[in-house]
Ligand binder design. Structure first.
Ligand code: FA5
Length: 350
């Protein structure tokens, strides 16, 4: 190492110390260590070159490079301590670690609002003897429509904007789809077991929707089904009334009005009196005093026949609700698109 090579050691040492002062994190420190002290680092290169110098120069050059190396190693250790004291550990007045000070709060996750409301709703039905069952999101036309008394080309299919899958069967038909509701699980469950049936089915559904504040193209539903001897419309009303009071408050009133779904007869929609204005009319209930929360009805005899139940012996009721819409009402959320936009400012409020 010539005179200028010794000067180069000094140069590298100064550069390294300046770069070290700019490090802010563990990643920075590691990058710095590799750049200067790593196997191919600047200083390591100079140390290696010492061996090829004329013998009379080796000693001085070696000493300079080794002393630079140990300077850099101690500077690195000091920087590690300084960063730890400032960023990661609590220090007392003199800079010493004070283990009695509270730690830095670690960020912890929470449950998604959909998960919270789905659990709350399922718990309410659980307390009334309903089991929780799940089913496939990719479904056959057969279960999503046919078994629910909605034959091919029936105009009722227009009620569900369907996302069909490319799969074609031998007849050239496309019988697979993303389920548009959780109702296909009605037939699947009844095919599997004899009455009595009491289940709730939470799960994702998909529709070819133009999204807006109350419509998503994928959203959750919770289906309910109860089938047994002697089940009447009074059982449907009593069960859903109890559900409304458990989830929305003991003083809730409910309202049933006629509605049409091909797989129930009679069919209804159920509303609760607005919990924000107690029925006087406000922005949340659209000035009507009532908020619609689900579709329901008595299971259609054709659906019972389709799964091999005798409709002269067994009757039942079914219902389907959208938990996001219920969470919107309960927590005052004004846009359903917030649920799946992955914005922590929204999600961390739950
Ligand atoms: C149905 O899907 C029926 N299967 C419900 C049913 C089950 C009726 C059993 C009778 C017996 P509907 O299309 O109205 O019905 O949807 C039910 C609920 O799902 C709605 O009240 C709403 O809360 C929710 N929902 C429907 N479409 C969307 C959407 N695009 N975005 C968010 N939620 C939706």
């Amino acid at each position: 190492m010539s005179e200028s090579a010794t000067a180069r050691v000094e140069h590298v040492r100064d550069d390294a110390l300046a770069a070290l002062a700019r490090t802010e994190s563990t990643e920075d420190l590691e990058a710095w260590r590799i750049a200067f002290l790593g196997r191919r680092g600047h200083l390591t290169g100079l140390l290696r070159a010492v061996g090829s110098l004329p013998p009379d120069q080796r000693r001085a050059a070696g000493e300079a490079a080794n002393s630079a190396k140990s300077d850099l190693e101690s500077a690195l250790a000091e920087r590690v301590d300084a960063l730890a004291a400032g960023e990661g550990l609590n220090t007392g007045q003199d800079g010493a670690i004070d283990v009695t000070l509270p730690g830095w709060p670690a960020p912890v996750g929470g449950l998604h609002p959909t998960t919270l409301i789905v659990r709350e709703i399922c718990d309410a039905f659980n307390s009334m003897g309903f089991q929780v069952v799940e089913g496939p999101e990719v479904e056959w036309d057969h279960y999503n429509f046919e078994m629910l008394n909605i034959p091919k080309d029936h105009p009722a299919r227009d009620m569900w904007n369907t996302l069909w899958l490319d799969y074609e069967d031998e007849a050239g038909e496309t019988p697979m789809l993303l389920r548009t509701h959780t109702s296909p699980m009605q037939a699947r469950i009844m095919e599997e077991q004899e009455p009595p049936v009491r289940v709730v089915v939470p799960g994702k559904c998909y529709r070819y929707e133009a999204t807006d504040a109350t419509h998503e193209w994928h959203f959750f539903q919770i289906e309910g089904l109860a089938v047994d001897r002697g089940i009447t419309f009074a059982d449907l009303k009593g069960t859903l009334y109890e559900f409304a009071r458990l989830v929305f408050g003991q003083e809730r009133r409910v309202r049933f009005r006629c509605d049409y779904f091909p797989f129930v007869e009679p069919g209804v929609d159920m509303s609760i009196d607005c919990f924000a204005c107690a029925g006087d009319g406000c922005r949340i209930c659209g000035e009507t005093g009532w908020i619609e929360i689900m579709g329901a009805g008595m299971v259609h005899p054709k659906v019972l026949e389709g799964v091999g139940y005798d409709p002269n012996i067994y009757t039942g009721f079914a219902f389907g609700m959208g938990p996001e819409r219920i969470a919107m009402l309960k927590y005052g959320i004004d846009d359903i698109r917030l649920f799946y936009a992955n914005d922590l400012r929204f999600l961390s409020q739950f």
